[in-house]
Design a protein around this ligand. Structure first.
Ligand SMILES: *Cc1c(COP(=O)(O)O)cnc(C)c1O
Length: 412
């Protein structure tokens, strides 16, 4: 047969297969679909999440703290599961703050970042006793005002907009002009102001970017982050207790993506941790990750409603799509649309494949889950699985678009 050349994905390896069926959280997919009671749904495998955190921790330097960023996946059951695995949480809204506070995580180990925190959010965060990462001087003015009104001393850290960026990141969040953080060169003056207000600064939050698969780029950004943190600590008017170096560890999504090689990163972290221990013995260093901890442990599952051929191209039309999974449709910040890894979850052992385009039910060509991907022959009723869906899935999607029901969501 004359097949077109189509790039292949690294095979997602986390989930076992039993009798041609993908197994999630120990449950074969068709059985899990019955248990959930509907399609489409998201399923997150708690065993895979635990295993990922444990294998990462095994390589991290002793004493380094690991925080989970709720933005990646704020599902309450998952956040509670994470509470037992990580040392703290980073939240970016009142909703995420509530999800974090509802768990058994220590309140002291929750930090609140994000531009445009409202006075109401600031008041809740101050009352909760979480660490506020200041994003601007205006925010400092509002925090002091709100804290005075409440009569509660705020816990403050400065989010720094670094004078460098995390190269080859999927999403750059530092360097140049940004809505995030206070420009590094302005931080000494802000520290003087905090001191003059009679407040202490607990630490710094330096976040360079997201979704990076290149160890050298992460090593370089971390070096500059530590240098900046150590330099700014000298400008603080009290000992710094907390240095959040960000994260940015990526996961492979697209054909040709290779998993991040952690060892160059963690080897170098060992060296930096020793330097921080000498220079700032009271400082805890925090690594803050989202997708790296949960992204590969989640699948999005949709059922095939129709199979049709249009001018030679086979379409599998499912009950799920961009309204539940914007990222997989290619509409969440991708410049060129590329396919997430997909499978037919009830035909896993089948090796013969055909090129198909997988879409959702929405009346827009944007609603495509995969374009010309090689999958086993699938029929109406089969289950399409989108891998790498544990982060930036449901809560990063326009669920109201076209008025379909929201998907199910389970932690198994
Ligand atoms: C988005 C974000 C994260 C999480 O990014 P991942 O790519 O999911 O690891 C962490 N910290 C901050 C400040 C963020 O904005």
């Amino acid at each position: 047969m004359n097949m077109p050349a189509i790039a292949l994905h690294a095979q997602p390896s986390g989930f076992p297969v039993a009798g041609n069926r993908l197994v999630v959280g120990g449950i074969p997919l068709d059985r899990l679909a019955l248990r959930v009671g509907k399609t489409p749904f998201y399923a997150y495998d708690r065993g895979l999440i635990s295993a990922r955190v444990q294998s990462l921790r095994a390589c991290l330097p002793a004493g380094m703290r690991l925080h989970y960023s709720l933005k990646a996946n704020p599902m309450p059951a998952l956040v509670q599961h994470m509470a037992a695995l990580v040392d703290g949480f980073d939240v970016s809204s009142a909703g995420e703050l509530k999800a974090a506070l509802d768990t058994t995580a220590r309140t002291e180990a929750i930090s609140f970042s994000g531009p445009g925190k409202t006075d109401a959010e600031l008041a809740q965060a101050i009352a909760a006793g979480v660490l506020l990462n200041l994003e601007s001087e205006g925010e400092l003015t509002r925090v002091t005002h709100v804290a005075e009104q409440l009569g509660i001393s705020p816990r403050l850290a400065v989010r720094v907009n670094p004078d460098f960026e995390l190269k080859s990141s999927g999403m750059k969040m530092g360097g140049g002009p940004k809505q995030f953080g206070i420009d590094a060169e302005d931080v000494p003056q802000v520290l003087r102001r905090i001191h003059a207000l009679g407040l202490a600064v607990e630490g710094f939050h330096i976040y360079g970017g997201s979704q990076n698969l290149r160890a050298e780029a992460i090593v370089e950004a971390q070096a500059r982050t530590f240098e900046l943190g150590l330099r700014l600590a000298q400008d603080a008017h009290n000992p710094i207790r907390h240095l959040n170096i960000g994260g940015g560890f990526g996961i492979p999504y697209f054909p040709g993506d290779r998993p991040l090689d952690l060892h160059p990163v963690t080897d170098r972290l060992e060296w930096w941790m020793a330097r921080v221990r000498r220079a700032l013995p009271a400082t805890r260093v925090v690594l803050e990750l989202g997708r790296y901890l949960v992204g590969e442990a989640g699948v999005y599952v949709a059922r095939i409603i129709d199979r049709k051929v249009s001018r030679g191209q086979t379409y599998l039309i499912t009950d799920g799509g961009m309204h539940h999974h914007l990222a997989a449709s290619g509409n969440l910040g991708q410049v060129i649309r590329r396919n997430y890894p997909l499978a037919i979850g009830n035909r896993m052992g089948v090796t013969e494949r055909e090129p198909v385009t997988v879409t959702g039910p929405l009346c827009t060509p944007l609603d495509t889950l995969a374009e010309r991907i090689m999958l086993p022959h699938a029929e109406v009723g089969d289950l399409v699985v989108v891998f790498q869906s544990g982060a930036y899935g449901l809560t990063a999607s326009p669920t109201a678009f076209l008025g379909h029901e929201p998907p199910g969501e389970v932690l198994v």
